[in-house]
Design a protein. Sequence first.
Length: 208
Amino acid sequence: MENESIKKIYKTYSGVYDLIFKSFFHPRQKLAINDLDFQPGDRILDVGVGTGLSLPLYPETCDVTGVDLSSSMLKQARKKVEKLSLTNVTLIEMDACDLEFEDNTFDYVVATHIISVVPEPVKVINEMRRVTKPEGKLVIVNHFVSSKPWIARVENFFDPAFRKLGWRMDMNFEDFITSTNLDVLHTTKLNKIDLWRVVHAKNNKHLC
Ligand SMILES: C[S@@+](CC[C@H](N)C(=O)[O-])C[C@H]1O[C@@H](n2cnc3c(N)ncnc32)[C@H](O)[C@@H]1O
């Protein structure tokens, strides 16, 4: 899906996103972010920050930057930042495929529920890796097609419909790891049957 179509879709979602998706997405964000070993002064980038559901999860002692393609989603995130007085957060409209940051800027780069939305996931991961410090970490939350054939068949069947809604349902975890060369530290799930995974990876910068 092209960026213009993505912007249109998320403009439509922006006002109701939290209402529809918060109860579903936020527990996975908590799982992904809560056990990270943040140090005061760490720099964190949240790629595709959306309405900013993840923002209160980061320590106030860290410097957080959230970027998103959609100005409408960012508008909702700005309201949250103001309401919660998150003085450590900066929000910028930016394409994850072309991050306007120097190499080796961030200690942690986090992307929740965005990899299946972008047309070029490998490019996004390479950009995330580039802007992460060599000893930094990449954290990804994403849907991956089930290893159970009958569930995978259902997901693949609905994939064309979900693409119209703004994301794909056919991403295979092993193919994703191979194509991105991610150096996975560990993966977790909310529960055994969850189709979304939390992936923590080292920044193997030399593979960028
Ligand atoms: C499903 S939402 C996830 C938002 C948030 N991370 C969450 O977990 O609630 C996907 C977000 O990715 C953003 N997005 C899509 N393509 C993008 C791109 N190329 N660069 C930056 N953000 C993008 C959309 O605007 C949207 O806010």
